[in-house]
Design a protein around this ligand. Structure first.
Ligand code: NAD
Length: 457
């Protein structure tokens, strides 16, 4: 039995039966049966169904945002903006799927009577094993293009976003998407592992490195399409020529939005020595101004963390940094009483011996390190096993391009951070993942590309 707890109060919201081996097998078989029929209908009908799903999301956005906040603690304004943002992502897929997946003739040679063509076929039944931190974003990046491309989806929401996963399934059904074509698979990690024992044709995972490695190992046995969108240790370098107030506001928001529980949260900050002290002072003042509280309160910016056990890990990072000589400027501890609250925390005088500059924090903690020049900043930014995003703040576009050309990351930011665009591919290098979502490449990702060599006689 899965107990859904409110992270702000620890009260039980609901108890829900997890999948059993039999229920999971039934969902898989229904998906296997439904998928060829779904792939055979005209693409315009799949588009119409997803358009209806999008309309339902928009109609019910307020109550869906309430559910998300209640079960994972995201401040209500941030839940509403996730619901608004997902519509734009769906619009991108609605607009671009047909042209992206259209057959392409790459050679038509009447003399040789030879035609060469490329087509895109659905993978079949895919498993979408998902994270809780942005369930609408990370879920829809996968299941929307997968469905539009003609796949059936077994969608396993995180156990910390189960009610949201069930709400998504309900809206899919109301939009006319058949039961076998999209099914939520309910449960914790063991249910995710059991899903991978079914004969699925692909696995699209969003989550931590440790679980991603298990997924890759399980998937490799059957050689199925595998995509892993994992964590990050995302750096920002602030040059000496910036408007300090504007840079502080942007970077602090990038570090603390969603209480730092974003894959692309700013997790390391390098500041040029010429402005370091002034920047740090303004940064700490900004963070001290953040309002922590009840997530349903409109004024709250920092809510509780989704997972109670994670507080012990954050404490461990704080203790490690202090023991190694970091200077704690604000925060540094959990808040006594009910709820998974951890104070927004800023350290200066950090270095790469400290866990908080090496391991993903996934919480409201940031370390600020002084650097003397661009070369040192680039070296430190690349001193990580992750590579999701990296950014630079400077007025000088040429300097930014030179720095960003050298960083090992899937996304490069100039004077912005913690940003995702449906038009751009979302990917990581190294321990941040394999494969990509979003953009037209993230539509093709849900297909098998077939080469046709056609010689008339
Ligand atoms: P997690 O790895 O703990 O869980 C992710 C999913 O995997 C959940 O649905 C979970 O139930 C399932 N799972 C757990 N054990 C499993 C197993 N053995 N086999 C199959 N499935 C299993 O991650 P999380 O706490 O949900 O999410 C946080 C992590 O996700 C962070 O590291 C974050 O950076 C990352 N993330 C990455 C992106 C991205 O786009 N790169 C986006 C969001 C989150």
């Amino acid at each position: 039995m899965l107990r859904i707890l409110n992270p702000a109060s620890h009260s039980v919201i609901r108890e829900i039966e997890e999948e059993t081996p039999a229920s999971l097998r039934r969902k898989y078989e229904e998906a296997r049966e439904a998928q060829p029929l779904w792939a055979a209908i005209p693409g315009t009908e799949r588009l119409a169904a997803i358009r209806r799903f999008r309309e339902l999301l928009e109609t019910h956005a307020a109550s869906l945002a309430d559910t998300l906040t209640e079960e994972m603690g995201k401040p209500i304004k941030q839940s509403r903006s996730e619901l608004a943002g997902v519509l734009a992502r769906i619009d991108f897929f609605l607009e671009h799927t047909q042209s992206t997946l259209a057959d392409e003739t790459v050679l038509d040679d009447p003399g040789e009577k030879l035609t060469e063509r490329i087509s895109h076929e659905p993978l079949g039944v895919i498993a979408n094993i998902s994270a809780w931190n942005y369930p609408y974003f990370v879920g829809s990046n996968v299941f929307v293009p997968a469905l539009l491309a003609g796949n059936a989806v077994l969608y396993k929401p995180s156990e910390f976003a189960t009610l949201t996963g069930l709400a998504i399934e309900k809206l899919m059904r109301a939009a006319g998407i058949p039961k076998g074509v999209f099914a939520a698979v309910i449960g914790a990690g063991s249910v995710g592992a059991a899903t991978l024992k079914l004969e699925v044709d692909g696995v699209f995972f969003t989550g931590s490195l440790a679980i991603g490695q298990k997924i890759a190992a399980a998937a490799s046995k059957r050689m199925i399409r595998t995509q892993l969108e994992l964590g990050g240790k995302d750096p920002i370098y602030v040059c000496e020529d910036v408007d300090i107030a504007a840079a502080v506001a942007g970077v602090a928001d990038g570090a603390f939005y969603n209480s730092g529980q974003s894959c692309c949260s700013v997790e390391r900050l390098y500041v040029h020595a010429a402005i370091h002290d002034a920047f740090v002072e303004a940064f700490v003042a900004e963070v001290k101004g953040y309002r922590m509280g009840e997530p349903m309160d409109e004024a709250t910016y920092i809510g509780p963390l989704a997972r109670q056990p994670h507080i012990a890990y954050l404490k461990h990072q704080v203790a490690d940094a202090r023991a190694k000589g970091a200077k704690l400027l604000t925060g540094g501890k959990s808040v006594p009483g009910k709820g998974n609250y951890f104070e927004p925390t800023v350290f200066s005088q950090v270095n790469h011996d400290m866990l908080l500059m090496r391991e993903e924090t996934f919480g409201p903690i940031i370390g600020i390190q002084k650097v003397n020049d661009d070369a040192e900043a680039v070296r430190l930014m690349n001193d990580t096993e992750y590579g999701l995003t990296a950014g630079v703040y400077t007025r000088d576009g040429e300097r930014a391009r030179k720095i960003l050309a050298q960083v090992h990351a899937g996304s490069a930011y100039w004077n912005c951070c913690d940003r995702v665009s449906p038009r751009l591919p979302w990917s990581g290098v190294g321990h941040s993942g394999v494969g990509l979502t979003l953009s037209t490449y993230g539509i093709q990702a849900f297909t098998r590309t077939k080469a046709w060599h056609l010689r008339a006689v």
